[in-house]
Design a protein around this ligand. Structure first.
Ligand code: ATP
Length: 200
């Protein structure tokens, strides 16, 4: 049976970059952000519930979810965020479990920015946290998304601190160097995991 390992880290910590490096080593991954997008596609039950609750203000004219409109509402109103999560999190978890069941290999990765915050580490046998100083995280996200520092800081403040995340994880991947450094660190961790998981 494939061991599921959670790969987590704050915004812009390098989860997607690391996941692609693991994939080059033959490791499958599922990205919780993609699953989260799938459950609010037009025609999905979650989108209907969100529409019923917030009205047309959170839809684009083509009927798809207006994420930035929804984000604005929930940033200003914590109760609405809790309501939204009570609708989306169970749907995401259900779809994730379905996907995880089809994954193969000695281990596979669940890539999730809020692995501990949403308790989805309970699906995983082990966890890996990306560790990056907050200032570097900010710089990388601002460069990637063309967001303001304030916007990124707002998101960072809804996530666990790097320190707390790393203290909860079984393995830590430092992502302070360049991409070649990260590649070396991923290979070393991969070898360690294979040894650990194939030991009889
Ligand atoms: P999000 O939570 O927003 O999805 P993420 O954790 O998946 O982010 P990435 O998208 O992998 O993070 O990385 C954030 C940005 O930083 C990207 O533009 C990526 O190319 C860059 N980056 C990641 N690791 C490194 C590195 N070691 N050196 C230089 N740039 C990096």
């Amino acid at each position: 049976k494939t061991t599921l390992i959670g790969l987590t880290g704050g915004i812009g910590s390098g989860k997607s970059t690391a996941a692609l490096l693991f994939e080059e080593l033959g490791i499958e991954f599922v990205d919780a952000d993609n699953i989260a997008r799938e459950v609010v596609q037009p025609g999905e039950r979650c989108l209907k519930q969100i529409h019923d609750h917030f009205g047309c203000q959170i839809l684009h004219s083509d009927g798809s979810l207006n994420r930035s409109a929804l984000r604005e509402i929930i940033f200003q109103n914590p109760d609405e965020r809790i309501w939204l999560e009570s609708v989306t999190h169970p749907a995401i978890r259900k779809r994730l479990i379905h996907h995880i069941d089809s994954m193969k290999g000695t281990y596979a990765l669940l890539v999730h920015p809020l692995l501990f915050e949403t308790s989805q580490h309970t699906l995983c046998q082990y966890t890996i946290a990306l560790n990056v100083p907050r200032s570097l995280q900010l710089d990388r996200v601002v460069a990637r998304d063309n967001n303001s520092k304030t916007q990124v800081e707002r998101i960072l403040d809804t996530q666990l601190s790097n320190e707390d995340r790393c203290s909860r994880a079984d393995f830590i991947l430092e992502n302070t160097g360049n991409s070649a450094d990260l590649s070396v660190k991923v290979s070393m961790l991969h070898n360690k995991l294979i040894t650990l998981l194939t030991r009889t």
